[in-house]
Design a protein around this ligand. Structure first.
Ligand code: GLU
Length: 457
């Protein structure tokens, strides 16, 4: 059975890059009727936190990338690592290293060889006298290259002489990432490792560990890293925002998942929203491109906007009612005008927070409004007086639109001229949502105040 896994370190929140690795693992497993597992690589005890574990799990669940089993934790598997290490040692591929260079990941060979070829008696004496040591992998010297297969890159091979005797167990007794991952993936029957290409240099070392244990290695797929606009690895500093904060801002999980799927997967639908389960039906790992994709906030917004268009303006109105001005006199159907205004705003918004901000902004009168043309001032006064005489129950977008139309015809003015000047007077800018709708929601008193016609009330 196909098994994949996502193996984050719980040292921070889930970001787009990590979530996309999780997504591809999930899609591959589900496409092949397999399992998707979650493992917390929490051996860095100082930086790991159960709060991050909870947050990562909750974000994954929200995204629909749901693990099939309870998450495992490396810190709970110390006894098993000791067993596996013993097996590597018994097979002749591990030795204690007492050197002062300690845990240097790349010691010079001559230096490491002192410990690698230390007489057994000497070794036992040092251990008995409690000299600190780490355990290193004894990289085989008899062959010249180690090769492995990467699903996207084909056959790869590395010169063995370029691999130093790397550390398996630190002197504090904790396993290194290189070692623990092999024991975990083997024990949890992981058949396919799909991870970021930054792990490519680790793969030959992990292959060596598999071989030393006589275990079969999983199939490797290294997916390209997501870059920022400067083509650096997407990081918190370069604007990678956590899934949690997108959630908080009211993005939908479908929008995020649909966007993440497009990061390297050529077959991902570009113009429609899909959830993880729907994407899994058509995922093909062979369609993953080797080019590093750049995080594209605009494309992400495109999916966000599609998702916002699916929301119900009436439901949004119930949520955001308090953001609207409270008109002193209510027209015949204030709610439908307000819902209509929300509908006008939705297409420009990628998440609910943007809708909220847009509603707030609609009613903020800029401190230095644009000036209306002097030529328009005369008829604006007259229009102000006419609007002042509109009955409270007719202060709604439909009736106001008719009032404006009648006025424009009577004064033989172009519609554009009237709406533009009125908009500047009322909102301070020359563009925005339909002006009659705006007036309906703003209320008669505030509208007349902005038109300097308040004394007509
Ligand atoms: N913990 C590693 C990371 O967060 C993943 C290791 C792996 O996938 O093999 O990058």
């Amino acid at each position: 059975m196909v098994s994949t896994r996502f193996a984050p370190s719980p040292t921070g929140l889930l970001h787009i890059g990590g979530a996309r690795t999780a997504l591809f693992n999930y899609l591959y497993a589900k496409r092949n009727g397999g399992r998707f597992l979650l493992r917390f690589e929490d051996t860095d005890r100082e930086r790991s936190s159960s709060l991050f574990e909870e947050a990562i799990l909750s974000d994954l669940q929200w995204l629909g990338i749901v693990p099939d089993e309870k998450a495992s934790r490396q810190t709970e598997r110390g006894a098993r690592y000791a067993e596996v290490l013993e097996r590597i040692r018994a097979n002749g591929f591990a030795y204690p290293c007492f050197c002062p260079h300690g845990e240097d990941p790349n010691p010079r060979r001559a230096q490491a060889d002192v410990c690698r070829f230390l007489p057994q008696e000497e070794r036992l004496r040092k251990i008995a006298s409690e000299e600190p040591f780490c355990v290193r992998f004894a990289v085989p010297r008899g062959c010249s290259r180690i090769s492995f297969h990467d699903r996207l890159r084909g056959e790869l091979s590395v010169k063995i002489s370029s691999i130093e005797d790397f550390v398996l167990l630190r002197s504090d007794g904790s396993p290194t990432y290189l070692f623990a991952v092999v024991a975990d993936d083997h024990d949890f029957n992981v058949t396919h490792v799909i991870r970021g290409e930054e792990h490519l240099p680790n793969t030959p070392k992990q292959e060596l560990i598999y071989r030393a244990l006589g275990w079969e290695a999983p199939e490797w797929t290294h997916i390209p890293m997501v870059l920022d606009s400067q083509r650096h690895k997407l990081s918190k500093r370069s604007g990678a925002i956590s899934v949690a904060s997108y959630r908080e801002d009211g993005w939908t999980s479908e929008a995020l998942v649909s966007y993440m799927a497009t990061l390297s997967w050529a077959g991902a639908p570009a113009d429609r929203l899909s959830d993880a389960a729907a994407l899994a039906e058509r995922f093909d790992i062979g369609d993953v491109s080797l080019d590093s994709p750049a995080h594209d906030p605009q494309r992400m917004s495109h999916f966000g906007k599609m998702a916002m268009r699916k929301l119900d303006p009436d439901a949004l109105l119930r949520e955001y009612e308090a953001l609207f001005p409270q008109p002193e006199s209510h027209g015949w159907d204030l709610d439908s005008d307000r819902a209509a205004l929300i509908s006008e705003l939705i297409p420009g918004c990628a998440c609910k927070k943007e809708i909220e901000t847009a509603i707030r902004e609609v009613f903020i009168f800029p401190p230095s409004p644009e000036e209306v043309e002097p030529a328009d001032k005369a008829w604006l006064d007259e229009l102000g007086r006419e609007l002042a005489s509109v009955a409270p129950e007719e202060w709604n977008s439909r009736d106001l639109k008719n009032t404006l139309k009648d006025f424009q015809k009577k004064r033989e003015l172009k519609g554009k001229t009237v709406y533009h000047a009125l908009r500047i007077k009322l909102t301070g800018t020359g563009h925005g949502i339909p002006i009659a709708l705006f007036m309906g929601c703003l209320g008669k008193k505030k509208a007349l105040e902005r038109l300097d016609a308040a004394d007509g009330l």
